[in-house]
Write a protein that binds this ligand. Structure first.
Ligand SMILES: [Fe+2]
Length: 382
């Protein structure tokens, strides 16, 4: 099977790497940045600090702090307006998945024209986006290095998946020093999102030896470090390992794609405005229980990567060990046990399942499913 491997051209990583990243940004010769961030990072002064660091490199900037959690088509429109008005020649995204996705939408429309909903689907744009430098402050979505852009269309209450090689950032920056301020709940949710990326990519029908290597290393790093990062946010070794882990999981799913966990979680996020990582964490064991009949050996590898003694197990026992290890990690980092706690209503299950079956992420799930089976997984996760 042939495959194409997508990744940003330059990826700066490790404790204190933001300074090195600034030198690299200067060397591109940009003049003025639109810094896309959220209100929290703007109020905490982090966006201002990035603007100051850019100014030291003789680069002007303007801050757009309108990237909401689950960024919307309206957020993209507002940011695009400010970019044009301010005549910026590149975009810097600062934050977790929401600012990065919002920035991708802005940068893509800036060069291709039209509205972001025109680009829903796979590789629908014609031109490269405006150059995007993605500075990450969470350890989970990997949006700073992927070709995935998820924007909520508020008029339809759906999360649109824009999977487009042209939204790949020019450069990604992962400095764990920017991640220590993440609260426990966000650390847990984003870390479980990264685990979901790695597991879904590993059992994906589009997995390759490259994505397998990335996924298994990510799973081991998350299994060994997420509890530590949640317990003590200032544990820099755990933060750095989680930064590498989520990047590796990003390398895996950016190229092997995902599965029904994401296809279903996107619907919960779009319908109830729920945090993406928490939805994934609740659904992950239930979808893998559904998948186990077709990929037990692969799930056994997942269990082994999470530290389970699976060498003498049958594939079925190995798959169950993996699912138990996922449940145990989610419980230890205080993820809610079911979708009931998140506010999902059973009456909504048929429409959520119908929309999940239309989500492009489900195409590479190892086991096909119909409406009734997806509804059953939602109910099992209730
Ligand atoms: Fe995700």
């Amino acid at each position: 099977m042939s495959s194409t491997f997508f990744i940003p051209a330059v990826n700066v990583m490790g404790l204190g790497c933001l300074d090195e990243a600034m030198t690299a940004i200067r060397n591109y010769g940009f003049r003025k940045a639109l810094i896309v961030t959220d209100v929290g990072l703007a109020r905490a002064g982090v966006a201002g600090r990035v603007a100051d660091l850019l100014a030291l490199q003789d680069i002007a900037s303007v801050i757009f702090d309108g990237a909401k959690p689950n960024p919307s088509t309206a957020n993209v429109e507002s940011g695009l307006g400010l970019l044009k008005e301010s005549q910026c020649d590149f975009v810097v995204s600062l934050g977790g998945g929401s600012p990065h996705d919002c920035a991708k939408g802005i940068a893509l429309c800036a060069t291709n024209g039209g509205q972001i909903r025109d680009y829903e689907g796979v590789d629908r744009s014609a031109k490269p986006q405006l150059p995007l430098i993605a500075i990450n402050t969470t350890a989970g979505t990997a949006s700073e290095m992927t070709r995935f852009c998820i924007i909520t269309d508020e008029s339809r209450h759906v999360k649109m998946a824009i999977v487009d090689r042209n939204v790949t950032p020019l450069m990604s920056v992962n400095d764990p020093a920017l991640m220590v301020a993440m609260p426990k709940g966000l650390t847990a949710a984003t870390g479980m999102d990264a685990l979901t990326h790695a597991v879904e990519a590993y059992v994906s029908t589009a997995a390759s030896p490259i994505t397998d290597a990335c996924a298994l290393k990510a799973i081991t790093l998350i299994s060994n470090n997420l509890r530590l990062a949640v317990r003590d946010g200032h544990d820099l070794a755990a933060r750095e390992n989680m930064a590498y882990a989520q990047f590796l999981a990003g390398m895996a799913f950016n190229n092997a794609s995902l599965g029904f966990v994401h296809a279903m979680a996107h619907q919960l996020g779009g319908f109830y405005d729920l945090p993406h990582g928490v939805c994934n964490a609740v659904l992950l064991p239930h979808v893998q229980s559904f998948n186990a009949s077709v990929c037990a050996t692969r799930l056994t590898d997942v269990g082994h990567a999470m530290g389970g003694d699976t060498f003498r197990s049958s594939p079925e026992e190995g798959a169950q060990a993996a699912i138990a290890a996922i449940v145990s990690l989610a419980r230890d980092v205080e993820i809610p046990a079911g979708l009931r706690e998140l506010g999902m209503r059973l009456d909504d299950v048929p429409v959520l399942a119908a929309n999940a079956l239309k989500d492009a992420c489900g195409l590479t799930n190892p086991r096909a499913a119909d409406q009734r089976q997806i509804e059953e997984i939602f109910r099992n996760a209730f």
